[in-house]
Design a protein around this ligand. Structure first.
Ligand SMILES: Cc1cc2nc3c(=O)[nH]c(=O)nc-3n(C[C@H](O)[C@H](O)[C@H](O)COP(=O)(O)OP(=O)(O)OC[C@H]3O[C@@H](n4cnc5c(N)ncnc54)[C@H](O)[C@@H]3O)c2cc1C
Length: 287
């Protein structure tokens, strides 16, 4: 349970971090809160020779509104999401999801940037970001680019990030006023990763669903955007038959592994159950 030897670097600016990562090459990894990377290093599943700690870079922290977009610095902790007034008003699903990530000790140190960049299908924020149609600003030696969360996840621990690139901010379009939202997560105990989880953001008009987006956590190698399920509910009043059909459509795109959280069949079924609950709660919150 002791990591291999590594050199520790603590740059003071984003520019210095990017320069270091590009000079050190494939043997270097950015370090954020360390709550995924350090356990992996202890298990020798990751053996970086250099850690570039982003913790001293003030410009990577904070939450602000930029007209219709909420911009969250990558080094903003999961705890900071919970206590943010802007998020409580404009993006309550983010606060809700942050509250079910791990436990308070992890959330005080673990960051949003680390959670979305990690690529672990068990992380909660990626499916929420796909549901919200967020984008990640990334910076590397070639310059800055923006990647949609919906295009970012390629496989377990495989993302669209190129070597040496870091996520600097997460940009989330503010959902319509009066939208309904829910993140339903089944976990075996407090602090556990999801057996299955579903994120829903929807709007209602005249008793019918006017728009809907759905994300699923930990039921495939990547977070999933359940587009067909969302299409099924749009135009409906979320009657029982429609919800059942949407749950079946969501289950159909999952491919979870059987593991200590349950068999593949059980986890697939739970994705549908979490979605049904999330749809009902989102409807109840929509104005
Ligand atoms: C007991 C326990 C329970 C947990 N339960 C949950 C849970 O229920 N749900 C959940 O979502 N997570 C859970 N986690 C993981 C936790 O949320 C981590 O904090 C998170 O996955 C990673 O964030 P971090 O800041 O700690 O990143 P780190 O561990 O420092 O980094 C993770 C990975 O992302 C890379 N990285 C970090 N920041 C950047 C960046 N800005 N740009 C590019 N790459 C970057 C690192 O190089 C590394 O590969 C749990 C962790 C523990 C220890």
């Amino acid at each position: 349970m002791i990591p291999g030897a590594f050199e520790y670097h603590r740059p003071k600016s984003v520019a210095d971090a990017v320069k270091l990562l590009s000079e050190l090459g494939e043997d270097a990894r950015p370090l954020a809160g360390g709550h995924s990377l350090i356990p992996m290093m202890k298990l020798r599943l990751a053996t970086p020779e250099h850690l570039v700690d982003l913790g001293a870079i003030g410009e990577l922290k904070g939450i602000r509104q930029d007209s219709g977009t909420i911009v969250i610095g990558a080094m903003t902790t999961q705890h900071a999401l919970i206590v943010s007034d802007i998020l409580a008003t404009k993006l309550p699903i983010l606060r809700e999801a942050a509250l079910v990530v791990a436990d308070p000790q992890v959330r005080y140190v673990g960051t949003l940037g680390g959670n979305v960049a990690n690529g672990d299908p068990g992380n909660d924020m990626p499916a929420v970001m796909m549901c919200l149609d967020a984008a990640y600003t990334v910076l590397g030696k070639q310059g800055e680019r923006r990647i949609s969360a919906r295009q970012f996840y390629r496989g377990a621990y495989a993302t669209a990030l190129a070597a040496g690139e870091i996520v600097t901010e997460i940009r989330v379009p503010v959902p319509a006023t009066g939208h309904g939202h829910a993140y339903e997560k089944l976990k075996r105990k407090v602090g556990d990763y999801a057996t299955a989880a579903a994120a829903v953001v929807l709007t209602m008009s005249g008793g019918k669903v006017a728009s809907c987006a759905i994300g699923l956590t930990n039921v495939a190698e990547t977070p999933l955007l359940a587009e067909e399920a969302a299409k099924i509910v749009v135009g409906s009043s979320l009657d029982a038959a429609t919800v059942k059909k949407a749950a079946a459509a969501a289950e159909a795109i999952t491919s979870p592994a059987s593991d200590s959280r349950g068999s593949a069949e059980y986890r697939t079924k739970m994705a549908g159950v979490m979605l049904s609950r999330a749809l009902a709660r989102a409807k109840s919150l929509a104005a």
